[in-house]
Design a protein around this ligand. Structure first.
Ligand SMILES: *[C@@H]1O[C@H](CO)[C@@H](O)[C@H](O)[C@H]1NC(C)=O
Ligand SMILES: *[C@@H]1O[C@H](CO)[C@@H](O)[C@H](O)[C@H]1NC(C)=O
Ligand SMILES: *[C@@H]1O[C@H](CO)[C@@H](O)[C@H](O)[C@H]1NC(C)=O
Ligand SMILES: *[C@@H]1O[C@H](CO)[C@@H](O)[C@H](O)[C@H]1NC(C)=O
Ligand SMILES: *[C@@H]1O[C@H](CO)[C@@H](O)[C@H](O)[C@H]1NC(C)=O
Length: 455
């Protein structure tokens, strides 16, 4: 009997010890399964009984405590839609995908478009008229879209005017707190003059907290067809040293070039600036209040995150954030994007009238922009780059890129509640600068507006 039991015990031990060892694993798996069945897998609403034919990884979702985690697709192996930009971006994503790259040809979707040419310099970059073979309705498109698609593989245009004395790229200690990069065109001389004397002053600017902070200013330009104006621009550049000009036609659909080329200029000429303002030449900015706001943000972040301040500032971008926008499909408007070019929603983006981001984010934008194909609307393109970085722009109601709400009652101190307002003429800039630099006693302590924009 005893020997019999003994034999069985050996057998039992032989068969069961792996089971016992694996017990914690079984428990873990059961708990995990129960949890998933109850709460649903994060990002997926169904637990598939069959493996899906295509693995769809998920996009980013904001969470205060966790690292960005998946919510929606950011990459998938099939392509829906036949829009040109989507196809090219799909191929670009594959090219940069470390898992797929060795196995898949870049032109698997049946369209041959050399995404590598977007890296070539101006010299090797001639218009691609073959693009009309890919876009079925090319012949019927407005001229600005035709011009865009035939040149959209080019982005490395050479500098025509490159100011050297804006910053000292070596001297980190003397780096400006704020570098203002203002989009303008050769002909807008009056706007530039007004900005130089008001909100875009270069030098030590007194904040409302009575401290002095270094601000620098540059204007971003392409070239115009008018040779006389171009000549005047060179004289202006000699006088002020604040003109950056590149060798591309300065049109609305070429504005994105000013982003990617400016990020490159910044990384070489002014890499230590703490913050960058990028905006239009027909806005008014309350620069001293902007400095106060930025310094408070930086201090708050360094206070709450200690030595990780630099990392925290890497995601800092603020403006008038536009969410859930879709392309405008009515032919004839400035923003018209045909379905044959782009399908889908636009990511959340800060309106291009004026946006502020940290210098460290600008370096990351330069890097990620190499992997995002040019898009004709510059602020949407910024949103696309931010989305790929997993960065969420902060909406601030004091950025009035659509002016004051029409139905808002007139307040005597309203001009003291803003950081930025669009649109303002040069004469209004002078008036606003005087009014906000020397506030009347009752407006002296006005707070920034917090009310959300009524939609
Ligand atoms: C792209 O497709 C063509 C045929 O359509 C093929 O000859 C070529 O090798 C493909 N390119 C790559 C990189 O696989
Ligand atoms: C768009 O407008 C242009 C003229 O501005 C016209 O020639 C073209 O046919 C229109 N295209 C479509 C798709 O409606
Ligand atoms: C942008 O500039 C390039 C180079 O000057 C030009 O070929 C292209 O037509 C311009 N694009 C638009 C949309 O104007
Ligand atoms: C600091 O940041 C936190 C969270 O971002 C915010 O709740 C708080 O009001 C901020 N404090 C100041 C003084 O700005
Ligand atoms: C605010 O500024 C505008 C100019 O943009 C001016 O017309 C208006 O009078 C100002 N408002 C007040 C209350 O001073």
């Amino acid at each position: 009997m005893a020997s019999c039991l003994c034999r069985y015990r050996r057998r039992i031990l032989f068969f069961c010890s792996p089971c016992i060892l694996l017990l914690p694993v079984y428990i873990y798996v059961s708990i995990a399964l129960c949890y998933v069945m109850k709460h649903g897998a994060p990002g997926a609403h169904v637990v598939h009984s069959v493996l899906p034919t295509h693995f769809t990884a998920s996009g980013l979702k904001h969470s205060r405590d966790l690292a960005p985690h998946p919510a929606k697709s950011f990459w998938r192996s099939e392509l829906d839609g036949s829009a040109l930009w989507n196809i090219i971006q799909f191929m670009t994503d594959r090219q940069y995908n470390p898992i797929l790259r060795p196995h898949l040809a870049a032109n698997a979707s049946g369209v041959s478009y050399n995404t590598e040419t977007s890296r070539r310099t101006g010299v090797g970059c001639s218009p691609n008229y073959e693009i009309n073979n890919i876009m079925p309705d090319y012949a019927n498109l407005p001229i600005q879209i035709k011009n865009f698609v035939t040149a959209m593989h080019c982005r490395d245009y050479p500098l025509l005017i490159d100011p050297l004395d804006v910053c000292d790229p070596q001297a980190k200690k003397w780096a400006p707190v704020l570098l203002m990069a203002i989009k303008t065109q050769s002909a807008n001389f009056d706007n530039r003059e007004a900005i130089r004397e008001t909100w875009g002053r270069s030098g030590r600017i007194k904040t409302r907290g009575r401290r002095q902070r270094l601000v620098r200013r540059v204007f971003l330009l392409g070239k115009s067809k008018d040779l006389h104006i171009e000549e005047k621009l060179h004289l202006e550049s000699e006088k002020y040293g604040d003109i950056i000009q590149w060798d591309f036609m300065d049109t609305f659909f070429n504005l994105t070039l000013k982003d990617v080329l400016f990020w490159d200029w910044f990384s070489r000429r002014c890499p230590h600036a703490h913050f960058i303002f990028k905006g239009d030449d027909d806005v008014f900015v309350r620069t001293p209040a902007v400095l106060d706001y930025l310094l408070a943000e930086a201090a708050n972040r360094s206070f709450s995150h200690g030595s990780r301040q630099a990392n925290k500032m890497e995601t800092f971008v603020v403006g008038d954030v536009i969410s859930s926008a879709t392309p405008i499909r009515s032919n004839g408007t400035k923003y018209y994007i045909p379905e044959s070019f782009y399908k889908g929603w636009y990511p959340s983006y800060p309106g291009g009238g004026g946006v502020i981001y940290s210098g460290s984010l600008a370096h990351r934008l330069l890097e990620v922009s190499q992997k995002v194909h040019l898009f004709p609307i510059d602020d949407v393109y910024l949103g696309m780059c931010l989305q790929r970085l997993g960065v969420y722009p902060i909406h601030h109601p004091a950025f009035l890129t659509f002016d004051f709400p029409k139905d808002e009652p007139k307040e005597p101190c309203a001009n003291h509640t803003i950081l930025l307002v669009h649109k303002r003429s040069p004469a209004e800039m002078f008036q606003l600068w005087t009014e906000t630099s020397t506030p009347s006693p009752e407006c002296r302590n006005t707070m920034l507006r917090v009310k959300p924009r009524p939609d």
